[in-house]
Ligand binder design. Structure first.
Ligand code: ZN
Length: 317
C-alpha cells in the first residue's frame, strides 16, 4: 500500500527519472496463471469461494475475451484516441461526450442525467474496452474558477462543484470496474486541479499498480492561438493509470529548461482560450496508443507486428 502523503507522491511519481521513464512498478495489474494450474485449481475448489488464484484465472479469461472486444473507449471526450485507434487497426469502442449523441434518442451523452450514466456503464460493461480514457470536465477544479469564485453566485458555485465531483466519481466507478476485470484506465486532469485531492481520487491512487505522472502538452505539439499568433500550449497535465506502459509514453516535461533543446514560446491560455487547448493533438493520441500497444503485447492480447506501427513513427530523438 502506498503512503497517502501528497509530498512523497509528487516527488516519487510526478517527477520523471533521468531517462524520462516512470519509476519501476510491480508487474501489470493482472495476475497471470498457467493453464495447467488454472484447471487444477478450479477442480480443487469447486464448491468454495473463489480464491486469489481463481480470480486471476477469471482475469485471464476476461483478457481472452478482449481479443474479440474493443481496444479503447473514451469518457467525457469526442472521438480522439478512438479515431486515431481506428487508423492503426485497433478496434475503437464508444466515445461518450456532451457533443456526441446517443443514437437511440438523439440526446447528448449528458452525464448529469442518471439514465445516460447507467446506459454508458452498460455499454462499457458490454464492450469491455481494454483501455478506458477519462477526461472529465475540469471547470470546477481549475485555478481560473478558483480566482473567479468570489464574484459568482454561491449557489451556482456549489452546483458547479457538485456536478464536477459527480463526474469524477462516475469516472472512478468505471475505472474500478476496468481494474476488477483485469483491464486498464487512463485519467486526465490538469496538474493544478484540486480534484487530485478528492478522497475518491486519493483512494484510487493508493491502489497498487495505480500511478500518476506529469506530462506537459507542449511536448505533444498542442498548439493554440493567443494575441501573438499560434504557439505551443504549456498546460501541465496529470495522468493517472494502472498501465505503466501508457504512463511511460506520457511522462514528458517541457524542454525549456534543457539547454540541449531550442527554447519555445508558450501561448497565453488565459482569457477563455483554455478550452481551445483541450483538443488533443494527434501526437498525444498516438503516444497513448503506443503505450496501449505495448500493454496489449505485454498482456499477450496482441503480438508484435499484429497491429500497425504508425504510432511508433513520431518518436523524438
Ligand atoms: Zn514548453
Amino acid at each position: 500500500m502506498k503512503e497517502n502523503n501528497e509530498d512523497d507522491d509528487v516527488n516519487r511519481q510526478v517527477e520523471p527519472t533521468s531517462d524520462g521513464q516512470v519509476e519501476p512498478t510491480s508487474d501489470s495489474g493482472v495476475t497471470r496463471v498457467e493453464p495447467d494450474d488454472a484447471m487444477r485449481e478450479s477442480g480443487e475448489n469447486e464448491r468454495s469461494e473463489p480464491n486469489d488464484m481463481q480470480i486471476g484465472i477469471l482475469a485471464n479469461l476476461a483478457i481472452e475475451y478482449i481479443k474479440y472486444g474493443k481496444h479503447v473507449s473514451e469518457l467525457f471526450s469526442p472521438p480522439r484516441v478512438c479515431r486515431a485507434a481506428l487508423k492503426i487497426g485497433l478496434k475503437p469502442g464508444m466515445s461518450f461526450d456532451m457533443t456526441e449523441t446517443d443514437p437511440d434518442d438523439g440526446e447528448p451523452w449528458d452525464f448529469t442525467v442518471y439514465e445516460k450514466r447507467r446506459k454508458a456503464k452498460d455499454i462499457i460493461e458490454r464492450d469491455k474496452p481494454f483501455l478506458l480514457v477519462g477526461s472529465p470536465p475540469c471547470r470546477a477544479f481549475n485555478v481560473l474558477f478558483g480566482s473567479n469564485i468570489t464574484r459568482m453566485d454561491p449557489k451556482k458555485v456549489q452546483e458547479i462543484i457538485r456536478e464536477g465531483k459527480s463526474h469524477i466519481d462516475f469516472c472512478i466507478e468505471l475505472y474500478k470496474m476496468q481494474m476488477r476485470e483485469g483491464r486498464f484506465f487512463l485519467h486526465e486532469h490538469p496538474l493544478s486541479a484540486w480534484s487530485w485531492k478528492l478522497d475518491s481520487v486519493r483512494e484510487l491512487r493508493e491502489c497498487s499498480d495505480v500511478y500518476k505522472i506529469r506530462g506537459d502538452m507542449c511536448r505533444f505539439n498542442m498548439i493554440t492561438n493567443d494575441a501573438q499568433g499560434p504557439a505551443l500550449a504549456y498546460k501541465p497535465t496529470g495522468w493517472m493509470s494502472n498501465s505503466k506502459h501508457i504512463l511511460n509514453e506520457l511522462n514528458k516535461l517541457c524542454t525549456n529548461n534543457d539547454s540541449t533543446h531550442p527554447p519555445h514560446r508558450h501561448a497565453d491560455l488565459q482569457s477563455g482560450r483554455a478550452a481551445q487547448a483541450a483538443i488533443y493533438p494527434e501526437k498525444l493520441c498516438l503516444s497513448i496508443l503506443k503505450g496501449l500497444r505495448k500493454e496489449l503485447i505485454s498482456n499477450k492480447v496482441m503480438y508484435t507486428g499484429e497491429i500497425g506501427t504508425v504510432c511508433e513513427d513520431h518518436d523524438e530523438k
